[in-house]
Design a protein. Structure first.
Length: 272
């Protein structure tokens, strides 16, 4: 399940990178524990030369990216002086010249690398850099969600978290759920949120309090102390949209203030 989910997120991020940057070739892979980065996904490749390539930390452009945990780029790969050249043969077989590599970093650990490339020795501009970084961030969020879901689902050996920690985790998971590309993982994530909501010992939302998912997302953000602007940034919405959802939720809950709305939602079982 985890391996399939990671592959889906990586594939979706590479598609977005190709569209957002205009680069003809994008590829990437994830780092498994104790193993080197392995190129698993390619889009726009003309040969299989790069598929399955194992990239060791420090070697080549991707290995340098892994070692430094920051984006790296070259304008002309075959003659670049600030990288090693262990992988010149597969790179040349694909005809790549200008290449960018961006790390996927979760909790200070490099979990993968996304590449984009041109077959000409041309500078890669800000548009390419921004698109590559944004795609990597999408994968980072998806992996962080998966890690958090695993942590919550698997039995904990240590004493459980406090209610405030549970509520904080609930708000973060609801904010991340809409950004998860894999439908099965997103459904599992929302199911975990439902378990957290019912863990307070309440039977669930009352029939006359039919909050929409987005209204619940906004209330969860508000419950964690977020302002409307912070909630908007967290949920990928406009501040005016957040206000609209909040007003609607308050009306349904019969609340006059943000605090009253949170308390009423918890009493109804819509929040943990």
């Amino acid at each position: 399940m985890a391996e399939r989910t990671e592959a889906v997120e990586l594939r979706a991020a590479l598609v977005r990178l190709r569209r957002g940057s205009g680069l003809p070739v994008v590829f990437g892979g994830l780092v498994e524990a104790g193993r080197p980065l392995r190129i698993a996904e390619l889009h726009g490749a003309l040969t299989p030369a790069l598929r399955g390539l194992a990239v060791s930390p420090g070697n080549g452009l991707g290995g340098k990216c892994v070692a430094l945990a920051r984006p790296c780029a070259v304008t002309d790969y075959p003659v670049a002086r600030h990288i090693t050249h262990e992988y010149d043969l597969p790179v040349s077989a694909e005809g790549l010249r200008s290449v960018i590599a961006v790390p996927v970093v979760v909790r200070r650990q490099v979990r993968g690398v996304l590449y984009g490339a041109l077959r000409d020795a041309l500078p890669l501009g800000e548009r390419v850099f921004d698109a590559a970084v944004a795609a990597a961030r999408d994968v980072e969020q998806a992996l962080a969600v998966r890690d958090e879901v695993s942590r919550l689902v698997e039995p904990a050996a240590a004493p459980g978290p406090s209610w405030e920690e549970v509520r904080q985790a609930h708000g973060e998971l609801r904010a991340l759920a809409p950004r998860v590309a894999d439908e099965e993982l997103r459904a599992r994530l929302l199911a975990v949120c439902g378990r957290l909501e019912s863990a307070a010992g309440r039977p669930g939302p009352a029939e006359d309090v039919a909050l929409t998912p987005r209204e619940t997302d906004v209330l969860a953000a508000v419950a964690s102390g977020a302002t409307n602007a912070a909630a908007a940034q967290r949920l990928g919405l406009r501040p005016e949209t957040v206000k609209g959802y909040l007003r609607s939720a308050m009306r349904k809950l019969g609340a006059h203030t943000r605090l009253e709305a949170v308390v009423a939602a918890r009493r109804a079982g819509a929040l943990p």
